[in-house]
Design a protein around this ligand. Structure first.
Ligand SMILES: [Zn+2]
Length: 230
């Protein structure tokens, strides 16, 4: 008993603290002491600590105790990420991301019913991270060009890296399916076939699987936006 006490006192007199494995120092779990860090005038004691994220990292006891070091670096990274996101908040690309999510998930959005009824969703990574979205769409052709907006290549597909592009209004309109399942390109084609005089309206309507009334409206330019129909 006296031996242990003496041992303890010797260290105390030397001003040297012995840390115990598993000991929590400023919220971090100490595991083992390692070779000290040499600075220009002294050697600082160093330990290996377990971060709250699970990573092991080496730091000086001084920096841990002064709270200069609070994690393996993950906290700093998270803060930097948050800052980076914050820096983007008023940019057009951030609005593209936010609007995309609104269309798919906000019942108050005017587009929600349309997107929800077609089960259009945003891939998990993009849904949870603006930066992941930004990383994937910023290098696609036409990014940042005025008049181009984010478009799903397959109109029935989701917002995900393989299914988006930056498209101008004309391309987007051509891709958009009308309520009857036709695309603008179909409509152009129907008008051409009709104009050729080679087919009856009924024949064309049957081929495109549309009703006669719809067919009639198409050839009479009644129902579709003629601005996007060339
Ligand atoms: Zn960490």
């Amino acid at each position: 008993m006296g031996g242990i006490l003496g041992f303890f006192l010797i260290f105390t007199f030397m001003g040297r603290i012995e840390y115990i494995e598993g000991e929590i120092i400023e919220g971090l779990e100490f595991t083992v002491e390692v070779e000290g860090k040499i600075t220009k005038d002294k050697k600082l004691r160093q330990g290996v600590f377990k971060c709250t994220c699970g990573n092991l990292f080496t730091a000086t006891f001084k920096s841990i105790k002064s709270k200069n070091t609070k994690s393996c670096g993950c906290l700093w990274l998270a803060a930097r990420k948050a800052q980076k996101k914050h820096d983007f908040i008023n940019t057009p690309i951030y609005k593209v991301w936010a609007n995309m999510k609104t269309r798919c998930y906000n019942p108050n959005s005017k587009d929600y019913v349309n997107y929800n009824s077609h089960n259009i969703s945003v891939c998990e990574e993009w849904k949870n991270s603006f930066l992941a979205f930004y990383r994937d769409v910023k290098d696609l052709p036409n990014y940042g060009i005025k008049g181009y907006s984010l478009d799903r290549i397959n109109n029935d597909g989701n917002y995900e890296p393989s299914n988006v592009r930056w498209a101008d209004k004309y391309t987007q309109a051509n891709n958009k399916k009308f309520r009857n399942g036709l695309t603008n390109e179909d409509i152009i084609e129907i008008r051409k076939l009709h104009k050729s005089g080679l087919f009856t309206q009924r024949k064309i309507a049957t081929d495109f699987n549309i009703g006669y009334a719809t067919m009639s409206n198409i050839v009479n330019n009644k129902i579709y936006d003629t601005q996007v129909v060339r």
